[in-house]
Ligand binder design. Sequence first.
Ligand code: DGL
Length: 279
Amino acid sequence: MSNSAPIGVFDSGMGGISVVRQIRADMPDENIVFYGDSAHAPYGLKSVEEIRGYCFAIVDRLLDMGAKAIVIACNTATSACVNDLRERYSVPIIGMEPALKVACDRGNGTPQHVIVAATPLTLRERKFARLMARFQNAHDIEKQPCPDLVTIVESGQLEDRDLVMRTLHKYFDHYDLEHVDSVVLGCTHFIFYRSYFREFLPSNVAIVDGNEGTSRHLHVVLESLGQLAPDPDDDKENASEPAGSAVQPKHGNVTLLNSSPDSKMVELERYLLDTPLYR
Ligand code: DGL
């Protein structure tokens, strides 16, 4: 397979765009095809069987488009079926899970009080139970499902500050936040709320997410397979440019797709990808 082949990235909807942003920042030469399954979002309130069916169909489509690797930019879909996908397909499949290890490691041996915010499905599935079992003897870990934070992004209401703050109060007011060390954003949709969380949480509470780790993992896997996109500078060195001509920096393309018949959903993807407001 050509190294210029795209990386296929998918999510139940807009959340995966936060992962595309990270991959694009870390590996700007890569071509990316993103598929948001907004017609079926939210996944976090569906059954494992339903999600599995959607994911197989999406991966088939991304592979038809020539994807050299697949990133499941969705903690929920990863919980539901990462092993099934890896069994069926031979391309590398990178999954995601809430960055609980990162949150616990921040203490350098001191017990940490961590809230993991994710979808109901992620928090009740076996994959997370196993992850939690590795840390819960040494740390105080609480699970907080936040399904409304998914629907707010999907319905384009992320900038409705009152709605977002009300929702954060609903989910987090019962915690003694002054005694919390970190909140893990264990759903890719939640990354878009980072500045709201920063404003809402006391300054002692760290906000942790898994996007950087996922992008790093992807890089390691592609590098180990010799499948990183070619550096466009290599071409420039060989090409004979007319003297004085401006050389345009060439970067990978990001193609955006969405299962919703409403064309506004691809526009929303583009907006979330390009706006500097949400990191
Ligand atoms: N973005 C997804 C995640 O990381 C799931 C959102 C949903 O559809 O419920 O878990």
